[in-house]
Design a binder for this molecule. Structure first.
Ligand SMILES: NC(=O)c1ccc[n+]([C@@H]2O[C@H](COP(=O)([O-])OP(=O)(O)OC[C@H]3O[C@@H](n4cnc5c(N)ncnc54)[C@H](O)[C@@H]3O)[C@@H](O)[C@H]2O)c1
Length: 250
């Protein structure tokens, strides 16, 4: 399809999910030199790695719990050692919180969502900064959400985690701009995936009604991710690119 990632080594955290798999396929189509797929669910990424190897791409599948900072750092360091560097890290790992108002949530409900969505993103940025700062240029692409820009009832931990991802992206961009690391985010509207399995059908219909262009698909987001991961966005940092079918217009 293209060559926007030609010669690049890309690490995808959360590569086993709907968005992660679509990004992996798109990276392969854009001529990536090596892909490191990382996820809690090793079986899924092993299958996806097998498929991409069949298409001639160098792909590795690694276990990663983004909530574990040491594991994230070891993943980035070992990928950089094997491939000479890591050119881009895409943080797509994420979980939703229970569909409930704040007074029904436990501290654990809140902290679990924060530990994966926000602390996991922090771990990814820190791992890149510790390993590659001042060494070679890296583009970090975090996945935020329109829920980090607008308030959703019944989703406080998720919204708070995504608002945190957006602001963390800005701070990290500022801290590392002069040391070769760009940090941006993509903020998707809703594209139905496993994340929505627990939502009642009427809630899903209400969400769909709020998207003027209708609900999206993972493939609707891969162009934005590739743009931010590639050199085409070399003068862009700290930005949260909204890709939401018009959700946030009103
Ligand atoms: N689907 C949507 O409508 C939507 C909208 C806005 C933002 N997002 C965000 O996009 C990202 C991808 O969402 P998706 O819909 O593809 O979800 P998904 O459930 O299909 O994929 C999420 C992936 O993250 C992995 N994961 C979960 N916890 C992990 C951990 N601790 N360490 C490593 N991997 C872990 C899962 O195994 C899974 O492979 C998430 O950050 C999500 O919050 C999704």
């Amino acid at each position: 399809m293209g060559s926007r990632l030609e010669g690049k080594t890309v690490v995808l955290a959360g590569a086993g999910g709907a968005l992660g798999s679509a990004v992996a396929r798109r990276c392969a189509e854009e001529g990536v030199r090596a892909l490191v797929l990382a996820d809690l669910n090793v079986e899924v990424i092993a299958a996806s790695a097998e498929e991409l190897r069949g298409a001639g791409v160098t792909v590795e599948a690694e276990h990663l719990d983004v909530a574990d900072g040491d594991e994230f750092e070891a993943l980035i360091a070992s990928a950089a050692e094997r491939h000479g560097t890591v050119d881009a890290l895409v943080n797509t790992a994420g979980i939703v919180s229970p569909n409930a108002r704040i007074h029904h949530l436990s501290t654990q409900d809140f902290e679990r969502t924060i530990s994966v969505n926000l602390t996991g993103t922090f771990h990814g940025i820190r791992a890149v900064a510790r390993t590659l700062r001042k060494r070679s240029p890296v583009s970090i692409v975090n996945i935020g959400s329109v829920s980090g820009l607008t308030a959703w009832a019944y989703a406080a931990p998720y919204c708070a985690s995504k608002a945190g991802v957006i602001h963390l992206t800005r701070v990290a961009a500022l801290e590392y701009a002069k040391e070769g690391i760009r940090v941006n985010a993509v903020c998707p509207g809703t594209f139905p995936t496993a994340l929505h399995e627990t939502l009642p059908a009427e809630a899903m219909r209400a969400i769909e009604d709020k998207h003027p262009l209708g609900l999206g698909s993972p493939e609707d987001l891969t162009g934005a991710v590739v743009y931010l991961a590639s050199d085409e966005s070399r003068w862009v940092t700290g930005h949260s690119l909204v890709v939401d079918g018009g959700y946030s217009l009103p």
